[in-house]
Design a binder for this molecule. Structure first.
Ligand SMILES: [Zn+2]
Length: 483
């Protein structure tokens, strides 16, 4: 049975301030019972507010909804006077706090009218097995056997670790319930069902908080990111979002600056990891770019400009991490043929085995040897564009003619097959069948927001835009003061 806890100081302080507040002199003079009712009303309103926050600020899953629902019903059933002293958070900074979770659990337990369960908590000792623990508790090996044959869920019981806790409900030597904390997020529940057992797993949802950061580049994006308190991963993501417009290796200048809104994932008030970047702005050499994350009804997330154009281009400019460009597009002296010849592509020198990536989404229309090109792949991208990758050492084994490939997917590896003097990728880009220079061709952008999602996109991103506006306005002001 969970007992109601003594009130937390925050609760007392807020009640005191509410009651002592000069704005409520009449309230103070009221008879104690009435005063208690007022306070109860205040607590009730707060509970509604807390439940509301809990609902909107967490990734509300079924469990969270259920807990919130029970908190509401507990509110209706209990006359919440000061005397009952149920611990309720008056403020929830950005979401469910420990106290809120405890309060909802307490409310949930209070709502259940079953007799108290005498839980036996066993901590796994070094060298322990489930069989040993069962025998310590006087549960028969037959029950363990039946439990282990319940299904896949109970297989994890074979791998219990020292320090892990197991909660047993045993009545007359019969196991009724077993609760196992799998990890911080997941709990396995086992309960008796007739002669056997049933299982289910509950997963706690991480709480999402939105953070923001701004930085100004003096030497590198990574240092500026570090100064702004961003993880390397987040900086990589930021670079990835704007990487289609800004070359982070060559184009970055001192004074370039950025602002971003991003998610942080919390559990029990402790940050576990970063979430997604929701909105970002990057100013490179005086030109400002903005990106907003949007997830459509189909569950697909991508970054768009505020007017709904994709931040991505339909093609990667360079399909391989090359060491140098060994031959450019156009007229050149061909070292193997020993004559001047038009070079229809770009040669990227790279070590043998370097992965070659599909420049864009498309379909493989050729995979195999092709004369002087050696091992070659040709990808068709829609009706208008095609790309060719030659002199490969090997293909991605999974690929066949007709296979669909995604942008950035490894299709093969750098080699020197065919008419070639050393390991390199020969890359061609064709528009309506005509060779174009891959280094300078104007690349088409990826599809913008679909018409059917446009209104939804504008509605959902409006708040992100106004937050970016606010953040960048304060950043500019701060910069003006420091310079
Ligand atoms: Zn070439």
């Amino acid at each position: 049975m969970i007992h109601t806890k003594p009130p937390k100081t925050v609760m007392q302080r807020d009640f005191k301030s509410l009651l002592d507040n000069a704005a409520y002199p009449a309230l103070k003079r009221k008879r104690p019972r009435q005063r208690a009712r007022w306070a109860g009303l205040a607590a009730g309103l707060t509970l509604f507010a807390a439940a509301g926050l809990l609902f909107t600020d967490t990734d509300a899953d079924a469990d969270a909804n259920r807990s919130t629902g029970n908190a509401d019903s507990a509110l209706l059933e209990n006359d919440l006077s000061i005397e009952t002293r149920i611990t309720l958070p008056l403020t929830l900074p950005g979401g469910a706090s420990d106290e809120a979770i405890e309060a909802t659990f307490a409310a949930e337990s209070a709502a259940v009218t079953k007799p108290a369960i005498d839980w036996q908590v066993e901590t796994v000792r070094s060298g322990d097995s489930l069989a040993r623990i069962f025998s310590r508790l006087g549960i028969s090996p037959q029950q363990l056997d039946r439990l282990m044959r319940t299904g896949e869920d109970t297989a994890m019981l074979k791998r219990i670790m020292p320090g892990q806790t197991l909660k047993f409900d045993v009545q007359d030597g019969e196991l009724q319930q077993l609760v196992v904390e799998i990890d911080r997020l997941n709990t396995l529940h086992i309960q008796r069902e007739g002669e056997g057992f049933g299982t289910h797993t509950t997963t706690r949802e991480l709480e999402t908080r939105v953070a923001n950061a701004s930085g100004k580049i003096s030497s590198s994006l990574f240092l500026a990111g570090m100064d702004a308190g961003l993880s390397d991963n987040l900086v990589m993501e930021l670079a990835g979002i704007f990487g289609w417009d800004v070359d982070f290796a060559l184009d970055i200048r001192e004074g370039d600056h950025f602002t971003l809104l991003y998610e942080e994932k919390y559990l029990d008030g402790e940050k576990l990891r970063d979430g997604d970047i929701l909105a970002a702005e990057f100013t490179n050499r005086g030109k400002t770019y903005r990106a907003l994350r949007y997830t459509n009804a189909g569950g697909r997330s991508d970054y768009y400009t505020p007017d709904g154009k994709s931040m991505r281009k339909a093609f990667i400019r360079t399909p391989v991490d090359f060491t140098r460009i060994s031959s450019r597009f156009g007229k050149r002296y061909h070292p193997t043929l020993k004559k001047r010849k038009n070079h229809h592509g770009v040669d990227y020198a790279a070590p043998r085995g370097t992965p070659i990536k599909a420049a864009g989404d498309g379909k493989i229309v050729h995979i195999g040897r092709k004369g002087g090109y050696g091992k070659t792949i040709i990808i068709q991208h829609g009706g208008k564009y095609s790309t060719l990758y030659a002199h490969m050492s090997n293909y991605n084994r999974k690929l066949r003619r007709g296979a669909r490939v995604k942008q950035g997917q490894t299709i093969g590896y750098v080699g020197t097959t065919g008419r070639s003097t050393g390991p390199h990728l020969h890359y061609e880009f064709r528009v309506n069948g005509v060779h174009r220079n891959p280094l300078t061709v104007k690349l088409p952008t990826a599809a913008p927001i679909q018409a059917k999602y446009r209104a939804d996109f504008l509605t959902k991103t409006r708040v992100l835009v106004s937050q970016l506006d606010m953040l960048t306005a304060t950043t500019v002001a701060a910069n003006e003061h420091t310079e």
